[in-house]
Design a protein around this ligand. Sequence first.
Ligand SMILES: *[C@@H]1O[C@H](CO)[C@@H](O)[C@H](O)[C@H]1NC(C)=O
Ligand SMILES: *[C@@H]1O[C@H](CO)[C@@H](O)[C@H](O)[C@H]1NC(C)=O
Ligand SMILES: *[C@@H]1O[C@H](CO)[C@@H](O)[C@H](O)[C@H]1NC(C)=O
Ligand SMILES: *[C@@H]1O[C@H](CO)[C@@H](O)[C@H](O)[C@H]1NC(C)=O
Length: 208
Amino acid sequence: MVILILFLLITSLGSVINASPLTACPYCGGFEVPYPLSTNDNCGDKRYKIYCNNHTLKFLSPTGTFYNILKIDQNANKLIIKPPTIHKNTCYSSDLFNGGLVLDENLPFNISTLNTVMLLNCSSNILQSPLNCSSNSICRQFEEKVEEGKACMNTLCCHYLKDSAMNSHKIRLRVGSCTAYTCLVNFKPGDPFETWSYGIELQWVSPY
Ligand SMILES: *[C@@H]1O[C@H](CO)[C@@H](O)[C@H](O)[C@H]1NC(C)=O
Ligand SMILES: *[C@@H]1O[C@H](CO)[C@@H](O)[C@H](O)[C@H]1NC(C)=O
Ligand SMILES: *[C@@H]1O[C@H](CO)[C@@H](O)[C@H](O)[C@H]1NC(C)=O
Ligand SMILES: *[C@@H]1O[C@H](CO)[C@@H](O)[C@H](O)[C@H]1NC(C)=O
């Protein structure tokens, strides 16, 4: 009996050791970097590349924009990036001239279905469902109550839930279409302005 238990212990220990060549990356400025995210070639899984720049975790788009990572949920395979800033006294998002948020379709990340996007300073040619461009769209509150949105006032703005019917690799911006955006994670209609959680939630395919 004792021998049997010892045997079981040793074999299960062996399988644990065999199953863990998967090294998580070191902390980045106090931020845990869970597997499979990878800040360098010696850890994580290279397909899940992110950056640790100046003690801050960043996500790089294929168009060359870095987005700060605000939160990582390893169990849900999700991370939240900070929406780009809107340049002062303009209604231009910092990634406007890179076409807005663009993800590489060959990488394992996509935009999750929990994001409510507000498009700002739009031209009327984008008016179409499922965009809500009415005068009570939540984008009006963003423009009226948030300093960053003030320069966007008195132009057309819209919001929409970025669900599975939408392109999950892009939030598109263009001069002559919409020139700025922001985004809320897990927004529910009627949620008061003070409780909004700004971010863009990305999801990754499990590496296993
Ligand atoms: C690095 O981060 C610090 C604190 O957040 C900031 O003051 C500094 O300007 C940053 N340096 C660079 C090169 O981005
Ligand atoms: C647009 O959004 C506002 C605020 O959430 C909501 O009250 C209104 O019913 C929506 N309009 C349409 C046409 O969906
Ligand atoms: C709004 O967009 C138009 C072009 O689409 C641009 O010319 C204008 O400067 C933008 N407004 C602001 C306040 O940035
Ligand atoms: C995004 O990726 C997740 C994880 O692979 C997948 O389950 C989901 O269907 C994808 N979403 C869309 C809209 O393609």
